[in-house]
Design a binder for this molecule. Structure first.
Ligand SMILES: [Zn+2]
Length: 197
């Protein structure tokens, strides 16, 4: 038992499990929760539980959704699929409000160092989708790092023999940086000026 209040320490510990939250920030968060009224804390807690219970992969694209099929898959018709590493990347591209095609979320990239091969990410589902639908172009928008490039090359090798145009985002997004940190203008330009693979 510490000299401090255990319940407070537990709350601080819970916040430190989040990315980019250090001890000081966790402490600030914990105190601000304690100062909220009970309804506000309940709303906060319920939002966490509901998100965890209701959010799963879209049956078609693999993005997060609380329905069977996500809003984008159920409302858009397009012959273009943009392939991304993570759901966060869909949000980043959607924010640029320029791309109006479909998405496919891989939930990872090929990474031999982490023992992650093509079968560990949603590449098989992508090939099945392309074979089943009227898809003409696949834009590979994995991050411009080694894993992202290896994954893009692998996807191009699989899809080009099927008669699909496979493209890659134009340079502009810094090598080694994450797609989600690119600003909207850079992202729009990278999509517009995509190059064939
Ligand atoms: Zn979807």
């Amino acid at each position: 038992m510490s000299d401090q209040c255990d319940a407070l320490q537990n709350l601080i510990n819970a916040f430190t499990t989040l990315p980019s939250v250090g001890a000081k920030t966790a402490e600030r968060y914990a105190y601000s929760i304690i100062n909220m009224d009970r309804d506000a804390v309940m709303f906060f807690a319920n939002s966490l539980i509901n998100a965890k219970d209701q959010i799963h992969y879209c049956k078609v694209c693999g993005d997060f959704t609380d329905k069977d099929i996500c809003n984008i898959c159920s409302s858009r018709t397009s012959d273009t699929i943009c392939v991304v590493k993570e759901p966060k990347d869909v949000r980043a591209i959607e924010k640029s409000k320029h791309y109006r095609g479909l998405y496919h979320v891989l939930h990872g990239t090929i990474s031999p160092l982490d023992n992650k091969g093509p079968n560990d990410i949603r590449i098989k589902e992508l090939v099945e989708r392309v074979q089943a639908g009227d898809i003409e172009e696949v834009i590979v928008a994995t991050n411009p790092d080694v894993e992202g490039e290896v994954t893009a090359t692998y996807i191009a090798k699989l899809l080009k023999p099927l008669g699909i145009k496979v493209t890659r985002l134009a340079q502009g997004i810094q090598m080694g940086s994450d797609l989600q940190y690119a600003d909207e203008i850079t992202l729009t330009k990278a999509i517009e000026e995509r190059r064939p693979l």
